[in-house]
Ligand binder design. Structure first.
Ligand code: NDP
Length: 323
């Protein structure tokens, strides 16, 4: 069977704030971008309810609605949005190749990777059922909704420490559930957590169940040394046990850290391969906000545009050829 091969100036992989923002900028610069959404159309925001910290929405907005707005804005300037997944790439170059699960093959002068990351979860049935009803994987996004009430956070890395500190400014009491007798977070962050009077650390403690029918009413935990079970009476339960960047298909081509985050050149979205840029959570393990992802999406599109101008890449794009 013949495969449809398409030559494009700019291929964008991913449909979160980074991907759509890159698309808005790239389409307004006449790069005629083609954006592949991936399986989770809209990215992590699609599983979020209210977003109140994205500028421009004074009354807040639902995550899925916001991503719909981003998509429409990108399409308004000519971005072609394809509801398929890029499964494989070949960055031997100079033209970069990508294979989609709809059977198409893209030959792209520039590629913007915006595949994001996925939060890790404990895997409890109650956690899944109460997600967005008091269970969240982002304290900065959702902590505000629980201000004035006691909350719990599970995890012991830098993210958990940072988020526990953030929550301690909103909640009278923050229960931090740590599965071992030490924390993985940097010493300075551990010290800050330990010095904060309204954070109580529960060492050697495992989460057994998030309690509540329609909203979180508490968390049942077990001390693995004493074998004593306790219920922490909280309204919010935050999971901060790490993220996994969605970068597996790029691992043969791009430099990554030990967790799979793609490494960029300083102050840039450039990767080690000419014409390949990365934006959003696929390269950011520190900030992970919609607005920062959008910012790096903008940077990636501007850098792609500059790269094309410098390399005088041939015109006449989006012409399809049947091989
Ligand atoms: P990490 O992988 O560093 O930490 C994950 C934490 O979650 C560990 O303490 C781990 O416990 C715990 N954990 C994992 N699975 C479970 C489970 N099933 N039940 C209970 N606890 C569990 O992830 P982070 O997101 O914290 O950090 C990722 C990277 O980003 C790190 O390199 C970090 O330093 C960096 N970072 C830097 C920041 C900054 O510079 N400001 C801010 C945030 C992150 P255990 O220790 O027992 O394995």
């Amino acid at each position: 069977m013949s495969k449809k091969v398409e030559r494009v100036k700019c291929l964008i992989i991913g449909s979160g704030p980074a991907g759509y923002t890159a698309a808005i900028y790239a389409s307004r610069a006449n790069l005629f971008p083609v954006l592949y959404t991936g399986k989770e159309i809209g990215g992590q925001l699609i599983t979020t309810t209210d977003v109140e910290n994205y500028p421009g929405y004074p009354d807040g907005v639902l995550g899925p609605q916001m991503m719909e707005d981003f998509r429409k804005q990108a399409e308004r300037f000519g971005t072609q949005v394809r509801y398929s997944l890029i499964e494989k790439v070949d960055f031997t170059g100079p033209v970069h190749r990508a294979w989609a699960d709809d059977g198409s093959i893209i030959h792209a002068d520039t590629v913007i990777i915006a595949t994001g990351a996925s939060a890790k979860w404990l895997g409890l049935e109650s956690e899944r059922r109460l997600t967005n009803r008091g269970v969240s994987a982002c304290a900065v996004c959702d902590g505000f909704f629980f201000r004035g009430t006691d909350v719990a956070i599970v995890g012991a890395g830098d993210t958990a420490a940072e988020e526990a500190l953030y929550l301690s400014k909103l909640s009278p009491k923050v229960h931090m559930i740590v599965r071992r007798d030490e924390m993985r977070a940097s010493k300075i962050m551990q010290d800050r957590v330990k010095r904060t009077p309204n954070i109580e650390i529960h060492w050697n403690t495992e989460t057994l169940e998030v309690l509540g029918k329609d909203e979180v009413e508490g968390v049942r935990v077990l001390n693995s040394i004493t074998r004593v079970e306790t219920v922490l009476p909280v309204k919010g339960f935050f999971v901060a046990i790490g993220h996994k960047p969605n970068t597996d298909i790029f691992k043969d081509w791009l430099d990554m850290d030990e967790s799979g985050y793609i490494i960029t050149k300083p102050d840039s979205t450039k990767t080690g391969i000419e014409g390949v840029f990365v934006a959003g959570d696929a390269q950011d393990k520190v900030f992970r906000q919609a607005v920062t992802a959008a910012g790096t999406g903008c940077m990636a599109a501007l850098e792609a545009e500059r790269y094309l101008a410098e390399h005088e890449v041939i015109e006449a794009v989006s012409t399809s050829t049947n091989y």
